[in-house]
Design a binder for this molecule. Structure first.
Ligand code: PLP
Ligand code: COI
Length: 360
């Protein structure tokens, strides 16, 4: 899905107006692909405690063949971004929320919690160390931050490991979907992503492994993404493989599905706040039935990677549901939400207290 726009020449360029050496990268040509950066944070959990952790230049991980992550997929991750603001600062968006969500993921997966305060410190330290890779303001690219944890200790019986590694790497990225802000087409999916009382509400690597067959199949059939339904009744809208849904009703209400088996998206929770408090829109978090899809005016996918990606068409087993906002551009309410959220992230609009963590 993603484009690669990295210029692989090694010469560095002087960062405009900052005195900092920016890497020579075609920032606006970047897709959502891994580009190795200089430093990553690494901490190890052994004998019941985390060590201090440190930055490392080594992008490779060496673990035992019987490591818990390799045998039983004991791993979880997070995703957030660093932005260059209009006035040249480097900031992150609500990293404490990612720290909290990772704590929740760890508890559900019988992994040791990496405390959220240390998580935030490590995020800031890692971004600072890779400042040369933070895309410039206005380039359309951002620095994606990927914290993750995995069982590094060996286990052969099905049980939690006793050793873990927590790491954070960064990678400059462009839009998650190839067309950027162009509306996408999704299909109602026959495969399930998460079970009731399962792990859909946490960011476990295994949830994503589960979705790979379905996304490859969706792409083969010409769709950009899957709309997953609730596994129990297959009547309610859940989310996609990497984003929550937002719907706009014909009378401009912002509606998002409520479910115990979707990931509590930080972007979605922020957008619901922005809709209400910044744009004065009515908001509703409630069960959304597949049968209602024909009634909405706009639909978008929201997440750190997706930001808000407009959906133009939903295909339900041959039946096409064309959103009135069309296939050419974002609908007007989605656009306002997008502009306000990205305005907050890029420092053009005053953020609610505590949303922006300054790095430099
Ligand atoms: N849903 C899933 C399954 C995701 O992987 C993500 C990405 O993190 C989201 C939703 C969006 O969450 P957030 O806005 O916190 O990035
Ligand atoms: C994110 O938006 O950060 C995600 O984790 C979604 C996807 C890239 C896995």
């Amino acid at each position: 899905m993603a484009r690669s726009g990295v210029c692989r020449r090694s010469r560095d360029l002087e960062g405009v107006g900052t005195g900092m050496e920016k890497k020579e990268i075609d920032w606006s040509g970047l897709g959502f692909e891994y580009v190795q950066t200089d430093k990553r944070f690494v901490a190890n959990y052994r004998n019941g405690a985390w060590d201090e952790g440190a930055l490392s230049g080594d992008a490779n991980v060496v673990i035992n063949e019987c490591a818990g992550v390799l045998q039983y997929s004991q791993s979880c991750f997070e995703g957030l971004k660093a932005y260059t603001t209009e006035d040249g600062r480097i900031v992150t968006f609500r990293p404490d929320m990612n720290g909290q969500r990772m704590e929740d993921s760890c508890k559900r997966l019988e992994m040791p919690v990496f405390p959220k305060e240390k998580f935030v410190e490590a995020v800031l330290q890692t971004v600072k160390a890779n400042e040369a890779y933070v895309p410039p303001y206005g380039s359309g690219a951002t620095l994606y931050i990927r914290p993750y944890m995995f069982a590094s200790g060996s286990v052969i019986g099905v049980k939690p490991a006793s050793e873990y590694q927590f790491r954070i790497f960064t990678t400059p990225v462009g839009p998650y979907f190839k067309g950027g802000a162009k509306p996408i087409t999704i299909r109602v999916c026959d495969y399930d992503r998460a079970a009731p009382n399962g792990t859909g509400h946490i960011k476990a690597g295994l949830n994503y492994a589960m979705s790979l067959y379905a996304i490859v199949d969706a792409h083969k059939q010409g769709y950009d993404e899957n709309m997953y339904l609730d596994a129990a009744t297959r009547t309610k809208v859940e989310e996609t493989g990497g984003a929550n849904f937002l719907f706009i009703t014909k009378d401009n209400k912002v509606v998002t599905p409520k479910s115990g088996s979707i990931l509590p998206s930080i972007t979605r929770r922020s957008l619901m706040y922005v809709a209400k408090e910044y744009l004065g829109l009515e908001t509703e978090e409630r069960e959304v039935y597949k049968e209602e899809l024909t009634e909405f005016a706009e639909c978008g996918l929201c997440g750190t990677a997706a930001v808000i990606s407009p959906v133009g068409k939903i295909v339900d087993h041959g039946k096409e549901i064309c959103l009135p906002s069309g296939m050419e551009a974002m609908g007007p309410v989605t656009q306002k939400l997008y502009d306000t959220l990205t305005g907050i992230q890029m420092g053009r609009i005053k953020a609610p207290e505590g949303w922006i963590q300054e790095i430099r």
